[in-house]
Each structure stands twice: as structure tokens, then as C-alpha cells.
Design a protein around this ligand. Sequence first.
Ligand code: DX5
Ligand code: ZN
Length: 220
Amino acid sequence: MSYIDIAPSILAADFGYLMRDIKKVEGHAEYLHIDVMDGHYVNNISFGIPVIQSIRKYTDMKFYTHLMITNPEKYIKAFADAGSDNITFHLECSDDPDKLIEEINALGCTAGISIHPDTPVEKVFPYIGKVKIILIMTVYPGFGGQGYLPSSNERIAKLRRAIDEQGADTIISVDGGITLGNVKEVYDAGARLFVAGSTVFNAEDPAKAIEDLKSCATLS
Ligand code: DX5
Ligand code: ZN
């Protein structure tokens, strides 16, 4: 079957028992999604480099670090050194995304570029084939537990067409409001890497929630 995966977002984990929660999803997903918020680009502050360094010691999952921060170029080395495997920054926060992508790759990480719901989706088209992941925000960035923005489906479909036309292997990721009830329509629109916070970590059995999301997405 073609590529599909869930990236559990630790924003919805219990930080008092962070490693316990990560262990619940280890082995069920390739990437662990790590939301870094600076209180500038978004109206919330989450956690940063020391937390990533600490959890790096206890899991082999790939770290998909989502930087919701201004001036990402100042911090990518620190996030790479802390153990990120993928560093995803916001298109809106960089004056020179091409340079930043090169720098991320030079640090031994794959790059991702994320786009805010209010930014026209065509603005990410120049990065198709240049980044591993294009992350379409499907809620307004800053908080977990929000509802999926229905206008996202059309944005995903447009990006899907552009990627397929070029025959590129860039992965379309989505972030925010992904549930068992909507994952199929989002998959059908063309997304393949689903970030999910609440749906995974608020579930009784987070590993089962991951498997359920995958099977709902690909139901025929
Ligand atoms: C929101 C974050 C998301 C968040 C998703 O700004 O980027 O990764 O954790 O959470 P849910 O899945 O609860 O919408
Ligand atoms: Zn995120």
C-alpha cells in the first residue's frame, strides 16, 4: 500500500508523564510530532530545546519538530543538535526559505515547510520537491483540540495535484483537528502524514487510536 502514517503530537500528552505517554505510541508511528511555540508567531508557549534533548535519550522515534516561531534561522542548529530528524518551519516566518531548507539539510535533518490557513496554498508550490514534508495547517496554529477547518480539503487537493503533476515525492502532512470522523476525507483530498494530538493522547489506548486512524483513512 502507498505511504500513510500518523504523527502523534505530544502537545496533547501529559507533560508530567511525558515519556510514559511517548512509550504508548512508540512502534506504532515513524514520527513523533513536537510543537514548539514561542508566544510571538502564535499566542501560546509550549516547550523548547531542553525538553527535546531529554526525551531524545529515551526513544528512537523520529522527531518531527514543528517550529511555530519567528526567526527560525536563529534556532535550527539548536533544534538539530537537540535530536530533531525533521525540522519544519513556517513559510510566513522566513525571508529566505530556500536558504533555510539548505541549512536544515546541511545539519543532517530533513526539512519541512508549513503554511498557515490564511496564506494562499500556492505560496508553497515553489518548495515542492525541495522539502520532505509540506505541512498544511488545518487549524489556526497555537492550540491543540480545535476543530478541523473544512476549507482545508480544497487546499490539500490543490497541493496534491501540483505535487503529482511534478512527479515529486514531497509528503503532504496535515496538522490540527484530525479525528476518526474526518481522516478519510482528508486522506481522499491527498494528505498522507496526519498529525494528531487529542485523538491519539486523549484516547484510552493511544496505539489503537493510531491504528484506527490509519484504517479509517484508507477505508474503501
Ligand atoms: C497546533 C499544533 C498541533 C496540535 C494538534 O498548533 O501544531 O500539532 O498538537 O492538536 P489536535 O490534533 O488536538 O488538533
Ligand atoms: Zn504541530
